[in-house]
Design a protein around this ligand. Structure first.
Ligand SMILES: C[S@@+](CC[C@H](N)C(=O)[O-])C[C@H]1O[C@@H](n2cnc3c(N)ncnc32)[C@H](O)[C@@H]1O
Length: 367
């Protein structure tokens, strides 16, 4: 206990002075120790709720550090030992908050690479949802030829490759070179899987009419020219082939809130990365490209689970290709976020904002 050095038999002002000095030392306060401390002492009663306690401490913080500069020495209200101890605890908490507010995140966290962060998040947060989509709406058959448009780090491409067997194959394309490199390294032993740089305007097999299925998971909301993307997919499918795509039609609320609180300086840039369109409009663009839309719906819910603040941060860095800036995330901002989300684990299970669309290239075209 830090107040072991306080002489409780001493004059009350001396006791407080000892506490002030101990706290000032602990938090490397560089100003005048005589002026360090609240104008009035404020013992917090023991029976207050945890949340209320925090509020009281916050109030003390305001008074402590944003006061009007008058004499901030303690008015000795009570000579009791308990009172001095409480004073120490309040000061300690308040000063701790002060110290942590300025703290940036640790250097370990700052060194996350966007592609690796993405891969980890992709393998944990979204994998099950992707697999569920595959078994509900993609339904690959043995020997199918599949294009995975916007494959990221390729976790679902590899899963599809397994499902189509060695007589089938999967080609994953993505414009993010570093994600693609990681996909190649990670899945290099999968024989019927290849990764080639490309995007919805320019990809391996475009116009070839060779694919049975074009799968695209959580990509179309990044694509500015969706009409062109649908036309390109249409031209690349066998007659009777299908597209199975899943996309978001809003920025997931937990992400919008995280951007706003943790990266307000980058909020606009982060939001503008999305090219959102309403589900009805996407269906229309798809039909205009010549497809028969056979299914378009919202699954019941979207599940995004994060065991810790770090895993959420990793997701934000990874999914934004590194635009989300960890250097702007101070402890104070994390605390603000926790006030909104509660403590981890975070379960952002919400009514779904991911749309699923299945459309077929018809045998007789009526264009
Ligand atoms: C949320 S990730 C999804 C990755 C993968 N489909 C999955 O489910 O794990 C979206 C991917 O779309 C890619 N992307 C962005 N714009 C694209 C475009 N115009 N054409 C193809 N892919 C694109 C990004 O590079 C990113 O890897």
């Amino acid at each position: 206990m830090e107040y072991r050095n306080v002489d409780f038999n001493a004059d009350k002002n001396k006791q407080y002075e000892a506490v002030r000095k101990a706290i000032a030392r602990k938090y490397s306060y560089s100003g005048d120790v005589d002026l360090f401390g609240p104008e009035e002492s404020s013992a917090i009663p023991e029976d207050v709720e945890e949340s209320q306690r925090k509020e009281l401490v916050e109030k003390d913080h305001e008074r402590l550090f944003q006061g009007d500069g008058k004499d901030k020495r303690i008015a000795a209200k009570s000579g009791s030992r308990k009172f001095v101890m409480e004073f120490y605890d309040v000061m300690s908490t308040v000063s701790g908050i002060m110290a942590s507010r300025k703290k940036k995140l640790s250097s370990k966290e700052l060194t996350w690479k966007p592609n690796e962060s993405y891969q980890q998040s992709s393998a944990t947060v979204k994998l099950e949802e992707g697999k569920d989509f595959i078994h509900t709406d993609v339904l690959p058959q043995l020997e199918d030829a599949i294009l995975d448009l916007g494959c990221g780090t390729g976790e679902l491409s590899a899963y599809l490759a397994e499902l189509v067997g060695l007589k089938g194959y999967v080609i994953g394309v993505d414009p993010d070179f570093s994600r693609l490199q990681l996909a190649k390294e990670t899945h290099r032993h999968v024989e019927n899987l290849s990764f080639i740089e490309g995007n919805s305007n320019q990809f391996e097999g475009m116009g070839s009419e060779k694919f049975d299925i074009i799968f695209s998971n959580l990509v179309i909301h990044w694509v500015p020219d969706k009409s062109k993307a649908f036309r390109n997919m249409f031209d690349s499918l066998k007659v009777g082939g299908k597209i199975s795509i899943q996309y978001s039609d809003i920025i997931p609320p937990f992400m919008a809130t995280s951007y706003e609180v943790l990266n307000p300086e980058k909020y606009e840039k982060l939001s503008n990365m999305f090219h959102l369109a309403k589900r009805d409009d996407v269906d229309l663009l798809c039909a205009r490209a010549g497809f028969d839309v056979v299914k378009s719906y919202y699954p019941k819910y979207t599940k995004d689970l994060f065991p810790s603040v770090e895993s959420l941060l990793q997701w934000l860095v990874g999914t934004s290709h590194g635009v989300f800036d960890l250097r702007l995330v101070t402890q104070e901002r994390v605390e603000q976020l926790l006030q909104k989300f509660g403590n981890p684990p975070f379960d952002f299970t919400e009514n779904s904002f991911d749309c699923r669309l299945v459309a077929v290239k018809p045998r007789s075209q009526t264009l």
